[in-house]
Design a protein around this ligand. Structure first.
Ligand code: FAD
Length: 460
């Protein structure tokens, strides 16, 4: 029997306690509730959605975190449909802007044009990368044939070994900063290959049409989580950071600062790094401890700038840009309509962003948009941003930036249950690790494993 938690009931007893109300935790809860199990989802933040977070600019709801779904992301799409959320195609008509090495040009297609030698070099590096991606076991990259070697160098060192030209390196650096919130030199080659494999290859990872940037959720991605949490009702408890989990042969006890939850099993959906904020008794294995210490989260920041209209469209521009100069390194047009406010979304480098005042952050972004899209970009009517690396609770994102040796040494602990504690969260996914889709799948699968264990226990 489920018991909701509030100040009057600081002790609750349920079948399964779930840590984290992101897509993994909410999906696990949804699956468990549908089979009749009692659950309580404990969320440390004052909101649900985790790395999906809605902001507002010029009255338009915007995604400060996760934004896009691919046509192949069927789990998150199904979940969105179930709660009445819809998709909007990512606007991609017109020419893209490139501002690399101080030079502005426009181009069509996904990969920005460089010199003839640059185009050849980019194709050479992409082919070499795809060849390595093909050797990766998506469910256990660290057990792939050359895992030890691939995890012994960073993505950046591999680009050096391959003598990648500066233009190729500049583009790969943008990819690395967006995917792992870190430079290529900070990420293991094996880690990078695992995420590219999980994302369906480099083209699917970067493309709009048919790729991971194809559609946005019209109501914002966090709204899916908000609606699912509403369905779960008082089974979701906010402001409840789990500090300690103890267990014995009969069950687990989760302790927040002010409440104690007794359960038969626990599902923990935090990122690997954030598992370290929970004290486990019995303690985690050395491998599991190592995972929490080495799989540090990367950092990425996002800014959304509103204009009266999407003026760049009139100039034949898509609103998509890539640049290696300054704070912003990628932009997209996320305007709600042709004649409504125009909204540009900009990915920003936290190292030249997060430490500045809100006014300075805004002026740097707007200035750069003016470089990319012309003087009209100075006439911003509203602005909002979010620095994921400086969140006070569970900081970092989009993904971990695991350095060399961290995967072959510790990644087995991503999914290895710790007694009655099971793990979920996008990092534990094989295919679609790093996306909302992966998070949903891991939550559902963890729920299935726990349901099987509950059934096994009740039949004894
Ligand atoms: C800037 C950015 C852009 C992104 N873009 C995309 C995109 O376009 N498409 C896409 O598919 N994905 C994108 N992602 C990734 C996507 O957001 C994640 O893959 C997904 O949301 C992860 O869900 P999750 O449930 O696994 O983890 P999370 O969303 O991180 O949820 C884990 C939850 O656990 C909570 N928690 C942590 N520790 C504790 C504790 N001790 N006690 C209680 N609660 C705790 C956290 O507060 C959090 O709510 C992006 C992410 C970021 C940051």
């Amino acid at each position: 029997m489920s018991k909701s938690l509030d100040s009057r009931t600081p002790v609750a007893t349920v079948d399964v306690v779930i840590v984290g109300a992101g897509f993994a935790g909410l999906s696990a809860a949804d699956r468990l509730v549908n089979t009749g199990a009692s659950v309580l989802v404990l969320e440390g933040r004052d909101r649900v959605g985790g790395r999906s977070f809605t902001g507002e600019v010029a009255g338009v709801k915007v995604d400060l975190g996760a934004t896009w779904v691919s046509p192949r992301h069927t789990a998150i799409r199904d979940l969105a449909a179930k709660v009445g959320c819809t998709t909007t195609p990512q606007f991609a008509q017109g020419r893209n802007v490139q501002w690399l090495a101080g030079k502005r040009r426009t181009y069509g297609g996904t990969i920005p044009p460089v010199s003839a030698a640059g185009v050849v070099d980019m194709a050479r590096i992409q082919m070499a990368l795809e060849k390595l991606v093909g050797t990766i076991d998506v469910d256990a990259a660290w057990e792939s044939p050359d895992a030890a070697w691939l995890d012994s160098i960073s993505f950046g060192e591999w680009l050096d070994k391959k003598r990648a030209l500066p233009s190729t390196r500049a583009l790969m650096t943008v990819v690395s900063k967006v995917q792992w919130g870190a430079s290529p030199g900070d990420v293991s080659l094996l880690h990078a290959l695992r995420y590219i494999r999980a994302a369906g290859g480099i083209d699917h990872m970067l493309d709009v049409d048919g790729g991971q940037q194809q559609d946005r959720i019209t109501q914002t991605t966090q709204e899916i989580a908000v609606r699912l949490a509403q369905q779960l009702g008082d089974r979701v408890v906010l402001n409840a950071p789990v500090r300690r989990i103890t267990q014995n042969g009969q069950g687990v006890i989760a302790h927040t600062g002010s409440a104690t939850i007794h359960a038969k099993h626990a599902i923990i959906t935090t990122t690997p790094a954030h598992r370290a904020a929970i004290e486990f008794e019995p303690a985690l294995s050395e491998t599991a401890e190592g995972l929490t210490k080495t799989w540090r989260m990367g950092a990425l920041s996002k800014a959304l700038v509103a204009y009266k209209t999407p003026f760049w469209r009139a100039d034949g521009l898509s609103g998509e840009a890539v640049t290696d100069t300054g704070t912003v390194f990628i932009t997209f047009d996320v305007s709600p309509a042709e004649n409504g406010p125009g909204v540009l979304m900009a990915f920003c480098d936290p190292r030249v962003f997060d430490g500045f005042s809100p006014e300075l952050r805004r002026s740097r972004v707007v200035q750069q948009l003016a470089d990319l899209y012309g003087a009209q970009a100075n006439d911003a009517i509203d602005y909002v941003d979010h620095c994921w690396g400086t969140d006070t609770f569970a900081p970092g994102g989009p993904n971990p930036a695991a350095p060399p040796y961290a995967s072959v040494t510790y990644a087995n602990a991503l999914t290895e249950p710790h007694g009655r504690v099971d793990w979920a969260g996008t990092e534990t996914a094989g295919e679609w690790a790093g996306c909302m889709n992966g998070a949903v799948l891991t939550g559902q699968r963890a729920a299935e494993r726990v349901i099987a264990r509950l059934r096994g226990e009740s039949s004894k």
